[in-house]
Design a protein around this ligand. Structure first.
Ligand SMILES: Nc1ncnc2c1ncn2[C@@H]1O[C@H](COP(=O)(O)OP(=O)(O)OP(=O)(O)O)[C@@H](O)[C@H]1O
Length: 200
């Protein structure tokens, strides 16, 4: 049996005081699992706890030994001025551009501080998925995306599920992805399971 990458057991997490939980989930290699819930229910806090950026108040998180993690926050940081091309950005993330959709490749030669919000958002998600992390945490990855770019995102996360003619592969077989969204329909398109998150 393949060992789980992540086990969250009866976890209550927060910032000094409880915000989310108790929640339990297991993430196996290759899975794409959704976390869905209302604004303020604690979805980001759960990701923060997994990334050791929020307090574990009870329960526990078990990670596979030496688990590598990429965390795409809800509002990806972007400096106002940063003379770095998309290709250099991917190089710093140690991520390949192989299989990248043409619409994204156009950004490889452009400075990242001159990309649109949606273009930058998708480049960041690609960097997380095409890098070496075994567990990828994505918080509201549809932010700033128009329907066409959202379809590319679906194909990046779940190859074969988007519109005919879109063929993108950024997801590796062993990689697991935990995706936060308050849009249930998006999660249903990309996830094998969707877990509802409720606050404390
Ligand atoms: N750093 C922090 N310190 C204290 N409280 C916080 C902190 N970050 C978030 N919270 C609180 O935790 C609660 C849950 O916030 P969180 O961002 O986890 O919810 P969410 O489900 O991701 O919300 P949304 O869908 O609006 O992004 C909120 O009441 C928020 O004010």
């Amino acid at each position: 049996m393949t060992p789980a990458l992540l086990r969250v057991e009866e976890l209550v997490a927060g910032y000094g005081k409880p915000v989310v939980g108790p929640v339990s989930l297991t993430l196996e290699p290759g899975e794409v699992v959704g976390l869905w819930g209302a604004n303020g229910s604690g979805k980001s806090t759960l990701l923060n706890a997994i990334a050791e950026q929020a307090d574990i108040l009870s329960g526990r998180i078990r990670r596979a030994p030496a688990l590598t993690l990429a965390y795409q926050a809800q509002h990806p940081v972007r400096l106002a001025t940063l003379p770095l091309t998309g290709a250099e950005f991917l190089r710093y993330a140690d991520a390949s551009s192989t299989g990248m959709p043409a619409a994204l490749q156009r950004g490889l030669r452009r400075r990242i501080d001159r990309l649109s919000g949606g273009e930058y958002q998708l480049l960041c998600v690609w960097a997380a998925l095409a890098g070496h992390a075994e567990l990828v945490l994505l918080d509201e990855p549809t932010n700033n995306l128009d329907p066409e770019r959202e379809t590319l995102l679906v194909e990046m996360l779940a190859p074969g599920r988007a519109a005919p003619g879109v063929a993108v592969r950024a997801t590796r077989a062993r990689r697991a992805v935990l995706v936060v969204s308050h849009t249930r329909a998006f999660l249903e398109r990309v996830c094998s399971r969707v877990i509802e998150i409720t606050g404390c």
